[in-house]
Design a protein around this ligand. Structure first.
Ligand SMILES: Nc1ncnc2c1ncn2[C@@H]1O[C@H](COP(=O)(O)OP(=O)(O)O)[C@@H](O)[C@H]1O
Ligand SMILES: [Mg+2]
Length: 262
């Protein structure tokens, strides 16, 4: 069964909020009754940690799946969050780039595997690593759209053109229908002028591609992963949780406007 929407959460910059957005947007969407699969495509395994999957549960991971050692049914495990399943990542996954490099179907492995999913998920989120290597290319080839977190800091837009070039390359060859789901501003600090300047600048450049919801810098958001829970389960009333709920609302609105894309 092909999932309704496959969204790659990507930005080759590290620390911009990809994993935090993947984990918390998934949780917020699941809270509305939608079913979500998170594919952890970063060997650091932060999304797996954030979803409460401990190291012992990660032996059957995305690496094993891509290598063909296990099936997708074996790779998908449930989390403690109702409506959210995950294909976890272990450090083994770092070997995959090298192993795939010589394979003819190296760019399309993930896409082929996702076709075999038996559950009818509403959303599949692929949490990409901070690079534009083969794992990210596989994610973009498999996805309908890309969601790009941008940190509200001076260099936010730097590197975006490189990411857009990669999107274009994937469109030209592997996946002509890849769209931009949206850009989300993260770690916004309202006490900091720079944050508002960056947000303004990004909106001027990218206009309607940018979600209205801005994710604030919020200590509860950064504390939650150490408890192995999304911030929505850690502190539903904090500003970070409210923001991810609002972002989920915007994503759902896109669905309704038929807008699988913005
Ligand atoms: N809104 C936020 N407020 C505070 N800390 C955040 C927020 N979003 C992310 N962080 C923290 O910033 C760090 C990087 O975020 P992460 O989602 O792991 O980025 P990426 O996946 O792009 O590398 C993590 O320690 C995370 O907890
Ligand atoms: Mg990450």
């Amino acid at each position: 069964m092909i999932p309704q929407q496959i969204i790659a959460v990507s930005n080759q910059k590290g620390g911009v909020g990809k994993t935090t957005t993947t984990v918390n947007l998934s949780t917020a969407l699941a809270a509305t009754g939608r079913s979500v699969l998170v594919i952890d495509a970063d060997p650091q395994g932060n999304a797996s940690t954030g979803l409460g999957i401990d190291k012992k549960q990660r032996d059957d991971d995305l690496y094993q799946l891509i290598s063909g050692t296990i099936t997708i049914d074996q790779a998908i495990i449930s989390t403690n969050i109702k409506g959210v399943d995950v294909i976890p990542a272990s450090t083994d996954l770092s070997a995959v780039e090298l192993e795939l490099a010589s394979k003819k179907d190296r760019n399309n492995r993930l896409k082929a595997l996702i076709k075999n999913i038996k559950t009818d998920y509403d959303y599949v989120f692929i949490d990409c690593p901070p690079s534009l290597g083969l794992l990210t290319v596989n994610a973009l080839a498999a996805a309908n759209s890309i969601l790009i977190p941008l940190q509200c800091e001076y260099y936010a837009l730097e590197g975006l053109s490189q990411l857009m070039d990669t999107v274009e390359m994937v469109r030209e060859g592997l996946n002509p229908r890849l769209t931009i789901k949206g850009l989300v501003l993260t770690m916004y600090d309202s006490r900091n002028n720079l944050s508002s300047m960056v947000a303004k600048d990004v909106r001027e450049h990218l206009g309607s591609l940018v979600y209205k919801t801005v994710i604030p810098r919020n200590v509860r958001v950064s504390e939650a992963p150490s408890y192995g829970v999304p911030v929505l389960l850690y502190d539903i009333n904090c500003a970070g949780s409210e923001a991810y709920i609002a972002l989920a609302g915007e994503v759902i609105k896109q669905e309704k406007n038929n807008g699988k894309t913005r």
